[in-house]
Every structure is written in structure tokens, then in C-alpha cells.
Design a protein around this ligand. Structure first.
Ligand code: GRF
Length: 186
């Protein structure tokens, strides 16, 4: 079982997932990023995990990313802090085999441009009393694929966006590796 992790940020979720399967030799990883300086890259390279960085052309036009996934015999794709829309050809190549995590309870606070602290600031602004995470299948629209799991946490009136982010990240780290494990065992 080969899992491709798409990550363009710090990669804390990607690393939690990798760690979860450390003692499972049948599961291996490749990591892809559209940012050459993504902090996740040196971290996974230190674990001898192959990486690919790519640009928009490689993703949407010349087939380089798709070819890499095929070359590496990737079975399952996990988006963990990756913001670009998946191209149709990759979505079609991996039906129900691409999942994403969103740091809010979709359909609330989702869609293009809703990522990172912007999500938690919007949650604060809307005076929500609950927020959480959504793990969902990926289709050709932002944050609209079928929901696999949602988990919630309380938001106190005194919580800052940074405090909300911390609670949500704890939920991500707790649930994302388990959901991946469950789906790939199917
Ligand atoms: C997470 O909050 C995730 O929900 C979102 O991007 C963030 C990635 O964080 N899609 P990290 O790079 O895994 O720390």
C-alpha cells in the first residue's frame, strides 16, 4: 500500500500519519508539495521518504504529477494542508481514493480561500460555540466531496482564533491517521 501525501505547509498532519504507520512495513509513503521550501519536505526526507515538488504546469498541463503517482504505484492520496484544486484526470484515476482534511465543520467555513487561520478567524467572528474538523472525499470542487468523519470541539467566547486553531489541530492529529488506516484497510 503506497500512500501519497500532498502537503505544502508544516506537515504536522502528514508526519502524524507517517508515524502512525511506522511499524507497518506494508504501508509506505511519498510526499508531494507545490512549495519547494515547504517545511514538511526536509522532515520527511530525513525519514527517507521520496518527495516531489511541482508547479502548476506539472499538475494541470504536462501530466508530471500524474506520471509520478503512476511510477510510484500510489494506491491512495491524502491531502494534508494542500490548497490547489485536484485536476479532473487525477480525481478520475483515483475514485474515492483521495481524501482531505478541513479545519472546520463543512459546509460551514469552507470553499476557495478558506484555509488556515482565516477559517478560525471566521469561526470567531461568527461567534460559533462549536467547531471541529471534516475529513472528506475529494472531488473537483473545493470542500464538497462526501463527508467521511466530523469531530467537534467547543469554542468559548474568550477563545482567540489561535486557541481555536490549537483545539482543532489536536482533533486533526487524533483522527486523521485513524481514518486513513480504516480506509486503506477496506
Ligand atoms: C490543517 O489545519 C488542515 O486542516 C488543513 O491544513 C492544515 C495543515 O496543517 N487542510 P499541517 O501542515 O498538517 O500542520
Amino acid at each position: 500500500m503506497k500512500i501519497a501525501l500532498f502537503a505544502s505547509g508544516t506537515g504536522s498532519n502528514a508526519l502524524k500519519i507517517i508515524e502512525h504507520f511506522r511499524t507497518v512495513p506494508s504501508v509506505s509513503f511519498v510526499v508531494l508539495s507545490n512549495k519547494e521550501d515547504a517545511p514538511v519536505l526536509p522532515k520527511v526526507q530525513a525519514l527517507n521518504i521520496p518527495t516531489l515538488t511541482f508547479n502548476r504546469k506539472d499538475f494541470y498541463e504536462n501530466g508530471k504529477v500524474k506520471a509520478f503517482l503512476a511510477d510510484q504505484s500510489v494506491d491512495f492520496i491524502v491531502l494534508a494542508g494542500f490548497l490547489w484544486l485536484m485536476p479532473t484526470d487525477i480525481v478520475q484515476e483515483y475514485p474515492n481514493k483521495i481524501i482531505n482534511i478541513h479545519p472546520a465543520l463543512l459546509p460551514k467555513f469552507g470553499g476557495k480561500g478558506m484555509y488556515g487561520m482565516k477559517v478560525h478567524e471566521a469561526v470567531k467572528q461568527a461567534q460559533e460555540t462549536t467547531t471541529g474538523i471534516t475529513i472528506h472525499y475529494v472531488n473537483e470542487k473545493y470542500d464538497e466531496g462526501e463527508v467521511i468523519l466530523q469531530a467537534t470541539c467547543a469554542v468559548a467566547p474568550t477563545d482567540t482564533p489561535a486557541m481555536i486553531a490549537q483545539k482543532v489541530q489536536a482533533l486533526e492529529h487524533e483522527h486523521f491517521p485513524k481514518v486513513v488506516a480504516k480506509l486503506i484497510s477496506k
